[in-house]
Structures are given as structure tokens and as C-alpha cells.
Design a protein around this ligand. Structure first.
Ligand code: NAD
Length: 510
């Protein structure tokens, strides 16, 4: 019998009507030419959360054409950076002023707790402000050491039209990891949110208009990966695509983009380990493990779904995580104290369950949970917090991304074993190490194949730091100055001073 803390009641009312989301193309809202719409049923409350325009090739073509025209005529890229920064800062102000509206629809569409939607949407304002600061401070280089008759200047120029495709797990945050940075660089954009969480992206158009972003600089098309995302990946008028989503779709996009050799930036899946050495602070580690696996119901690219723990402390650590799990507040996302909400779709709930069942069949031990969960008054689109012990590296659950509240526990004896397990998957997004010994931490940090390594902490993130994965977790970086540079081309200008150039062709008079 599971002994959990479950919150069934809400303190915030379900909206009395669905949000209506439309495309935003060339500065105007529009419906689809054929009038098609799609409804999003709230995972937690079973009501229609939003009705959105469902676009097709016509809308994608129109959005790409608008972005191309807006880039080519310089209405945004020629604007001084201080003016671009002013628009981005204004958008940040409007995001903060509208956090409650954004957070409510984010929760209705994703099923995540309202406190986390507030954090995600409100916190995104800082990404917009940081991108604005980069617009004003980023610059190229000059070289005056190449000879007294040569001066060379390296400039950064916007790459052009950028396609932005985002997933459903952090719709507004991930949008804000990309769009303000592309805009700060002077690019124009076509944005496609996930078809199941379109509304906060659609709502952003209001703020872009009010902040004074010129028409056509940011275009938003709502609808499915096919045909919209496909066109955004193949179209010859698009210069770059930045995608966050599954590794499978990332590969499709990479192949689709190859024909036009557009630049591709990918933020993909992960099977991220927290590695706990025997001298670690186990209270801190256990809490970070609970946070790492249950935050966003584990539907998180950075979910620490793998624990690799020294065998001497494995039993103790697992018992601590089990004990903490009983105090995590699961249930109604419309209560401010809830920490873990609903699973995004019934299909995804089924997929999580299938992973767990297969793991048990393969020999793993179910220490906690292991089944879908019903929350009184809210239906059954929830999943029990689940801990699988006795997992070995050969079992599929040790290396496949479950994207649910499912923790797999593996053990090690030596640093080399810990590193082999850490690096033994095709993913390489993030990793963590827990030890009181600085040498252990530094050695792990340097040997782990991951875009981010956390030491004695988990999932601390900052706009200033680059984010991204190695191996099949992605390519390119997001946020930080490295993320900003992804949206820029670098050009070298070489200038000769005076008539010092020796002729190449030897003429009779020379
Ligand atoms: P998904 O790959 O199914 O969909 C992501 C987006 O791609 C959606 O907008 C979808 O409509 C679009 N799409 C689907 N098919 C397409 C195609 N053929 N061409 C172009 N676009 C297409 O991912 P999801 O289920 O929405 O999100 C979950 C996945 O995202 C997980 O694997 C997770 O790890 C990953 N993710 C990664 C990060 C990161 O930063 N590394 C962050 C969040 C999520």
C-alpha cells in the first residue's frame, strides 16, 4: 500500500472557458485558412483547456515568407542593439505583469503544479532581460598584430531566419531559452510550439505587439510536427533551426535540414545520473534525488532518472529517498502546495507504465510505486512515484529515457565503475556527483560525458551558463554567451593599409 501525501482540493478555480489560441503571422493574428482547430484536454482536470488554430503548409509558408522579408529588409537587424534590447526588456516586464494568466493556462495544458508554472513563466522574464544585455554587450574582435600594414576586424552578424520548435514539458521556459536570444542577435523567427501546449506561446504575441516588435520579426504557427515542423526544417528560406524535443525527432530534423545545409541546434533527451559516493552528505543527496526525479513528474530532460550509488550506502540512500517520497505533495495542480501534478497524456502514462513493467520482467525490483494513480476528483492521469532497485547496466531501463517519476538505482564500487556506468548510455545531457572529497568531485566532473555536471547540487541553472548536451543529447548550446553566439555568423574583414601589397602577376613593367 502506497503511503503518499496527496492534495485533492484546489484553491484556484478552473477557467470557465478555454483559451483561444491563433497563429501570429506578419504581425497579425489569424485562424487557419481551412478553419481547422484542435482542442487540448487538461491532463489534470479533464476539461477543454484551449482551442487552438491547427495550421498546415499554407500557414507555415506564410510565416516563413514573413520572417524572410522582415530579415532581408533589415527592419530588425539594422536596428541599433540598444533599441532591440529595449523591446526585449519591455517583453520581460509584460511577462511579469501577466504571470498569473500565463501560469494558469500553462498548468491547464501541462498538468504541472501552479507554483511551478508561476516559476517557469515568471522566471522566463530573466532570460529575456539577460538576452537584452547580450544584445548590447556582445561584439567582435580586432587584430592589429598581423603586420603594420594590416588591420583585421571580426564582426558578428545575425544568421538570418530561425525556425524554433519546442516541446510540451516546459513550453514557455524553453521558448524563452531560444526566442529572445535569436531576437537579440537580430534574427527573425518562425516559432512552432508543441501541438498539445500551444497557448502560452500564442499569448506571448500580445506582449511582442505591445513591446513594439516590428511586424514579421516573430511569427508563430500552431499545429503538428508534420507538416509545419517539417517545412520549418526543410525550407530553403530558413537559415537555422533550433529544436528541443525527443532524440528521435531531433534526428529526423537533422536529416531534413541536410539538403539545405541550414545550421541545426538540438536539445534532446537524457538519462541523467546522480552519482553518490560513500562519503556524501546523504540527507542532501536524498533530497536532491527526490527533486531530480519527481520535479515536473519526471517529464524533464534534466530528470535525474538514474542513481548510481556506492554499494556500501545504497540501501541507506534508497530508504531515505523512499521516506522523503512520502512527504512529497502529489495531486491537484491548482493547489499552491502541490509539488507533483499530472502526466501529460494518457498515451504517455501508458508508456511510463510499459517501461516499468518491462524493467520488472527484466529482473529489476520494485521498491516503490509502479502503477498509474487515481487522484480523487481528478481522474487517473497520474503516475505513482516509482523506485526500481537491482537495476543492471544491461537492462533497457538503465539507458532509456522514461520521462516519468521513475528512479532506477544502480550500484558501483570504484570510481572507474561509476564513470563507466555514467558514460555508458548514448545520452550526455547532465550528471551529478555527491561527495565531501574535492578530489573525487573534480575527477568525476572531468571524466563525465555531459554538457552540465552538478557537484553536491542538482538542476541549479542560470541564464549566464551555457546549457546543452553531448553525444545523442544534442548539439550546440543554449543560453549564456555561447547560446547567443549560435544565432550569429562570424565574418572576418581584412584591411590593407597603404599600397604595400606585392603584385602577384609579374608584368614586364613590374
Ligand atoms: P517531440 O520530439 O515529440 O516533439 C517536440 C516538437 O517537435 C513538437 O513541437 C512537435 O510538434 C515537433 N515535431 C514532431 N515531429 C516533427 C517533425 N517530423 N519535424 C519537425 N518537428 C516535429 O518531444 P516532446 O514529446 O514534445 O518532448 C519530450 C522530449 O523533449 C523528451 O525526449 C525530452 O528529453 C526532450 N527535451 C529536451 C530538452 C533539452 O533541453 N535537452 C528540454 C525539454 C525536453
Amino acid at each position: 500500500m502506497l503511503d503518499l501525501t496527496v492534495i485533492t482540493e484546489a484553491t484556484i478555480a478552473v477557467p470557465n472557458k478555454p483559451y483561444r489560441a491563433r497563429h501570429f503571422i506578419a504581425g497579425a493574428y489569424c485562424n487557419s485558412a481551412d478553419g481547422a482547430v484542435s482542442e487540448r484536454i487538461s491532463p489534470s482536470h479533464g476539461v477543454v483547456a484551449s482551442i487552438s488554430a491547427k495550421g498546415g503548409a499554407a500557414e507555415a509558408e506564410a510565416a516563413i515568407a514573413a520572417a524572410r522579408t522582415a530579415f532581408d529588409d533589415g527592419r530588425w537587424s539594422d536596428v541599433p542593439a540598444r533599441a532591440r534590447a529595449k523591446v526585449l526588456n519591455k517583453v520581460a516586464d509584460l511577462i511579469e505583469a501577466n504571470v498569473e494568466r500565463l501560469a494558469l493556462i500553462e498548468t491547464m495544458e501541462t498538468g504541472k503544479p501552479i507554483s511551478q508554472s508561476r516559476g517557469e513563466c515568471g522566471g522566463a522574464a530573466d532570460l529575456w532581460r539577460y538576452a537584452a544585455s547580450l544584445a548590447r554587450t556582445s561584439h567582435g574582435d580586432s587584430h592589429n598584430t598581423l603586420g603594420k600594414d594590416i588591420l583585421a576586424v571580426v564582426t558578428k552578424e545575425p544568421i538570418g531566419v530561425v525556425s524554433i520548435i519546442t516541446p510540451w514539458n516546459f513550453p514557455f521556459w524553453i521558448l524563452s531559452q531560444k526566442l529572445p536570444f535569436a531576437l537579440a542577435a537580430g534574427c527573425t523567427c518562425v516559432v512552432k510550439p508543441s501541438e498539445i501546449t500551444p497557448s502560452t506561446t500564442a499569448m506571448l504575441a500580445e506582449f511582442l505587439i505591445e513591446a513594439g516588435l516590428p511586424k514579421g520579426v516573430c511569427n508563430i504557427v500552431l499545429g503538428a510536427g508534420n507538416p509545419i515542423g517539417s517545412l520549418m526544417s526543410t525550407h530553403s528560406d530558413v537559415d537555422m533551426i533550433t529544436f528541443t524535443g525527443s532524440t528521435g525527432v531531433g534526428k529526423i530534423i537533422s536529416q531534413a535540414a541536410a539538403n539545405t545545409l541550414k545550421k541545426v541546434a538540438l536539445e534532446l533527451g537524457g538519462k541523467n545520473p546522480q552519482v553518490v559516493f560513500s562519503d556524501a552528505d546523504l540527507d542532501q543527496a536524498a533530497d536532491a534525488i527526490a527533486f531530480g526525479v519527481y520535479f515536473n513528474v519526471g517529464q524533464c530532460c534534466n530528470s535525474s532518472s538514474r542513481i548510481i550509488v556506492h554499494e556500501d550506502i545504497a540501501k541507506d540512500l534508497v530508504e531515505r529517498v523512499v521516506a522523503l517520497t512520502r512527504h512529497v505533495r502529489f495531486g491537484n495542480p491548482l493547489h499552491p502546495d502541490t509539488q507533483v501534478g499530472a502526466i501529460v497524456t494518457p498515451e504517455h502514462n501508458g508508456s511510463i507504465d510499459a517501461h516499468v513493467r518491462a524493467a520488472v520482467r527484466a529482473g529489476a525490483t520494485l521498491r516503490l510505486g509502479g502503477a498509474p494513480m487515481v487522484v480523487d476528483g481528478l481522474g487517473q492521469q497520474f503516475y505513482q512515484p516509482t523506485i526500481l532497485t537491482g537495476v543492471t547496466a544491461e537492462m533497457p531501463i538503465a539507458s532509456s529515457e522514461v520521462f516519468g517519476p521513475v528512479l532506477t538505482v544502480l550500484t558501483f564500487r570504484t570510481m572507474d565503475e561509476a564513470i563507466a556506468l555514467t558514460n555508458g548510455t548514448t545520452y550526455g545531457l547532465s550528471a551529478g556527483v555527491w561527495s565531501e572529497n574535492v578530489h573525487t568531485c573534480l575527477e568525476f566532473s572531468r571524466r563525465a560525458q555531459a554538457g552540465t555536471v552538478w557537484t553536491n547540487t542538482w538542476m541549479d541553472g542560470f541564464p549566464e551558463l551555457a546549457f546543452g548536451g553531448v553525444k545523442q543529447s544534442g548539439q550546440g548550446r543554449e543560453i549564456g554567451s555561447y547560446g547567443y553566439d549560435e544565432f550569429l555568423e562570424v565574418k572576418s574583414h581584412v584591411l590593407r593599409i597603404g599600397r604595400t601589397r606585392a603584385p602577384w602577376v609579374k608584368t614586364p613593367s613590374a
